[in-house]
Design a binder for this molecule. Sequence first.
Ligand code: SF4
Length: 436
Amino acid sequence: MSSKRIGFISLGCPKALVDSERILTRLRSESYEITPSYQDADLVVVNTCGFIGAAVEESLDSIGEALSENGKVIVTGCLGAREQEIRDRHPNVLEVTGTHALEEVLSAVHKHLPPEHDPFTSLIPPQGIKLTPRHYGYLKISEGCNHRCSFCIIPSMRGDLVSRPIAEVLKEAELLANAGVKEILVVSQDTSAYGVDTRYQSGIWQGQQLQTRFYDLANTLAELGIWIRMHYVYPYPHVDKIVPLMADGKILPYLDIPFQHASPRILKLMKRPAASENNLERIKAWRNICPEITIRSTFIVGFPGETEQEFEELLEFLTEAQLDRVGAFAYSPVKGAEANQLPDPVPEEIKEERLTRFMEHQTAISAQRLKNRIGHREIVLIDEVVEEGAVARSQSDAPEIDGQVFIDGASHLQVGNFVEVEIEDADEHDLWGKLV
Ligand code: SF4
């Protein structure tokens, strides 16, 4: 009996990737086969992203491509919350479902491509299907967000924060580790808020009484003995308690904190979480406890009303904060976001000019910080082996978004291994090292 085949396109952030993995796991458990080719597929599922204007366009283009190459398309994910917009552009899509919509996607698939039941091919690995290479995996700890940042429509699409119980999250992490995963990336919309919605509900994990709380999660994940990396953390005071775990080598000395801006007035207009915290002081204190901490962040330039002076305040912040990795966007209005009503939009050419200045400013800082690592010895994780050598990542580099460490002539190494290298060279993004 030949299985029914589904093409799957996963767009957007790591959080969307985790949703895709859940959908794929269920599809495989129902005997569907997943194919990378439009031509072989009986239908195509597109998991979309709707965070910023450019992501919306990319999603709409991907739907168009799937329609013209295959013809039978089901749309899910963040952009699915804006069904009319999708149908205006692509009236022939079969079904549109929003986020949180695992069951809806599955019933849409059943409707248009009923499953064949075969219990012998229904077996799937207990850790589920993963889209990321086997040696790292994403762990989604919550869904939704209690904040209402004025440029963001995620809460209107995904709803308020719903944290997964700590025992369930730890169970999933353990399955990943048992399946050979060497690095877990913790993702959510706001990792530091984990458990707030459940009033830090208690749970039992391997005989330990724990709370559904950021600290308990980090401290217990550390027991797995693999790399644990924290994404989407906000600079609240309670995050200070996590940093000693980094200094002790329990979790990776890495924090991904989307600061978005540095001017108090703009942060207030953005309605950012922890907007009134003194971020520079906090960063300084963290580095005192854990000098090797890597801080990654993202920023928006050209937010409505941003003056030249406020933009320069942001550059000043970059100089002071000495962040390691930084991504930036020029502000682009997202349909339905409150920030669209704000006065004094920044003209397009000024936004672009500020983005260029911002990137030039930060590139010099990132390059210098990488250069400072030349001569140091570091443990790296091998991601890929090619003819010329191995491509790895250090503790400072998250997959997809940060840099890499190239090791020439090390093609005998294996993906998923940890090795020690001495850093020999650096540019503004990547490092080169030799095996020790
Ligand atoms: S913290 Fe702000 S930007 Fe992030 S998901 Fe929540 S509302 Fe959106």
